[in-house]
Write a protein that binds this ligand. Structure first.
Ligand code: NAP
Ligand code: GDD
Length: 337
């Protein structure tokens, strides 16, 4: 019998790659989908299985991280071997506009899930999607010993979820781990995160669909990796003998400006002719520099990233160019795999 996993946030960037990975390993994958007035499953449509399919290996359930009772019921029904908590209001800038909602879903949501595991009595392992955003203003390089100093409601909510996960491990002997992941991107990245906003604009500018791209702070430094490689390490964390927390990063730094330059030049464009500043995209308090030291993950999990920032920009630009070409040709636009 293969294992069973429950993924919250299965419709997101990471959730979709993780679902594919677990299916390829023979898991039965259950995904939590929140109710929306229009379809919100585009990233997993290619692995969707109709409810009429016999012995489904991929099953979606309507629930929400704000609804603790639904989480208990879901866990009782599914009895997963592994739970991956990827669901969150994950946009840092938006967390300043919706701080209470972000605290509720991104912070308390993790606690609800941990309590639901206890209440349901299910013996399972849980991965919590923690974030380099928790380090905030503490200077790089950042590793598992680096103190947190969050700079946004999102970062503060993730710190709450982090310590709650540690506490459930210590108090209840749960196999609960935090993956402290640095920024990771892909052609499936949400369109309002800076990398995808840039690569999508490059494709549209090249096709003559827009002239300008408006951005905020170009000086911020990030450690950008490739999302499919980051979901692999989530799975590895839950296969260990002992639960512990890990930083996951490439260790390679780039500014937003450098990502802009790489992306535009890959498409044969001069970024200075197209990029404009709009203060609207600045944050009330910024995280200036995140550069991770993932030595522990390298040593204990045997994990090493292979796609670094320059190649990442090329992968994303090429995928967005293909998507725009498909759109212009009137073809059914398929999410890049
Ligand atoms: P994402 O693309 O924004 O996906 C977030 C997922 O959470 C989506 O499936 C979303 O559903 C779901 N969600 C939002 N509110 C929810 C609610 N109230 N109840 C249940 N589900 C809800 O994020 P991602 O990039 O895949 O990141 C996955 C996780 O890792 C997140 O927790 C994020 O904070 C964390 N993280 C990400 C990075 C990164 O660089 N990508 C780095 C560190 C940590 P909809 O599809 O309906 O919106
Ligand atoms: N989104 C966005 N839009 N960011 C911009 C823009 C813009 O127009 N212009 C400049 N930036 C800068 C931001 O100020 C930030 O310093 C940097 O680009 C990256 O922004 P995002 O791509 O929105 O990501 P993030 O680093 O704030 O957060 C992401 O990474 C975290 C891990 O460190 C998200 O995926 C979080 O969920 C994740 O935890």
């Amino acid at each position: 019998m293969g294992k069973t996993a429950l993924i919250t946030g299965v419709t997101g960037q990471d959730g979709s790659y993780l679902a594919e990975l677990l299916l390829s390993k023979g898991y039965t994958v259950h995904g939590l989908v929140r109710r929306s007035s229009s379809f919100n499953t585009e990233r997993v449509d290619h692995i969707y299985q109709d409810p009429q399919t016999a012995n489904r290996s991929f099953v979606l359930h309507h629930a929400d991280l704000s609804d603790g009772v639904a989480l208990v019921n879901l866990l009782r029904d599914i009895r997963p071997d592994e739970v991956y908590n990827l669901g969150a209001q994950s946009h840092v800038r938006v967390s300043f506009d919706a701080p209470l909602y972000t605290g509720d879903v991104t912070g308390l949501g993790a606690l609800r899930l941990l309590e639901a595991i206890r209440a349901s009595g299910v013996d399972t392992r849980i991965y919590q999607a923690s974030s380099s955003e928790m380090f905030g203003s503490t200077p790089p390089p950042q590793n598992e010993q680096t103190p947190f100093h969050p700079r946004s409601p999102y970062g503060a909510a993730k710190v709450f979820a982090y310590w709650t996960t540690v506490n459930y491990r210590e108090a209840y002997d749960m196999f609960a781990v935090n993956g402290i992941l640095f920024n990771h991107e892909s052609p499936r990245r949400g369109e309002t995160f800076v990398t995808r906003k840039i690569t999508r604009a490059v494709a549209r500018i090249k096709a003559g669909l827009q002239d300008h791209l408006y951005l905020g702070n170009l000086d911020a430094v990030r450690d950008w990796g490739y999302a499919p490689e980051y979901v692999d390490v989530m799975w590895r964390m839950l296969q260990q003998d002992e639960p512990t927390d890990y930083v996951v990063a490439t260790g390679v730094a780039a500014t937003v400006r450098e990502f802009v330059e790489s992306s535009f030049s890959h498409a044969g464009l001069d970024w200075t002719e197209h990029v404009r500043y709009d203060a609207k995209y600045e944050r009330p308090s910024e995280v200036d520099a995140l550069i991770g030291d993932a030595s522990k993950a390298h040593d204990l999990l045997g994990w090493k990233p292979s796609v670094l920032v320059a190649e990442l920009a090329q992968i994303m630009v090429d995928a967005d160019i293909r998507q725009v070409e498909d759109q212009l040709a009137g073809a059914t636009v398929r999410i890049d795999r």
